[in-house]
Design a protein around this ligand. Sequence first.
Ligand SMILES: *Cc1c(COP(=O)(O)O)cnc(C)c1O
Length: 397
Amino acid sequence: MGRIRFADRLALARTERAARDALRPRRVIEGREGTRVLVDGRPLVNFCGNDYLGLGQHLDLVAALQEGAAWHGVGSTGSALVCGHHAEHAALEKDFAQWLGYERGLYFGSGYQANLAVMQSLLAEGDVCVQDKLNHACLLDGARLSGAELKRYPHGDVEAAMRQLMSRREGAAMLATDGVFSMDGDQAPLADLALVARAQDALLYVDDAHGIGVLGPEGRGSLAVASLGAREVPLLLLPLGKAFGGQGAMLLGSTALVEHVAETARPYLFTTAPAPAMAAAMRASLKLVRKEAWRRAKLMSLVMRFRRGAAARGLPLQESFTPIQPLVLGDNASALAASKALEAAGFLVAAIRPPTVPEGQARLRITLSADHAEADIDGLLEALARAVNDSPAPIPA
Ligand SMILES: *Cc1c(COP(=O)(O)O)cnc(C)c1O
């Protein structure tokens, strides 16, 4: 057999993706004002962004970013361990650690990178990493990169998690879960998982990308809702690209854990530190997240309005009480058709397909924001009822 040519391989893969409605061209957002986006010259109401609190364009954040850039420049000029770790990063780490009662914080350029770093530096061959099957892709990728054995338990099944830990008593063990599941919007059984982790001497690691800012008093996230803290969850990741309206991710933990990651994680060592101005903007965001409880209250009232309206129209809702409200439609073609119909009606809701969700569970992942108005929700519900109920494909329960 001769060498395979990339041109041939790629053409074949593309044909195969096209055949199962899995092509994923990027849409260009030509402009944005809150939940209003301009796509192909048309204004649409965005119902698939993660700016849950509507902070992404807040003047305080914009001013902090501009001022940060004026003082420190745009780039950080180096990796964190060489010369890229600035006072703004250090201040942000301190703010977060103090807020949630952890010893140390470590600011990464992205959540994806942080998960690779945590797992790669803490786990090794001979260890086990037990994870919920619906965890975010980067937790799975991180475990794979670490060389540890990856075991995945059925979604939310605490007893299965327990069994998987018990079946593997040698080596170090990590139990890792999303706080709020990114494609389903439901919440992990954190209190029970904490008991399992304690009983099995496993390190509980929670990625609260979609809970932080949104849930609990001051937006303290999934841990606050479950009455857990640094003792039960020794390692916590808070991606800041969602409710915080910015970029990067904050890792919180003990000094020993966090320092180890900072000094040994290849995805932290061999990358340029994030912009100091972004750290400044995220400090401004933290102040608003804590103080402006009305954003959470409004968001939750919109979530309830959406759920009531969807139930009244017979739309297939999931058990989610977060701003992530998926409508699972099944095959890729149905999800694409619904997304297209919504766009024609003035709403941007991307069709989420495998590998982001399991095969046969393509969906509209509808996300709400404190920036939406009640009339937006009502308009979306009307358009959804037409788009989904008119679709020829059957809707699985
Ligand atoms: C979005 C997300 C990430 C990735 O964070 P980025 O900063 O976007 O790289 C990690 N974990 C979860 C659960 C997420 O939803």
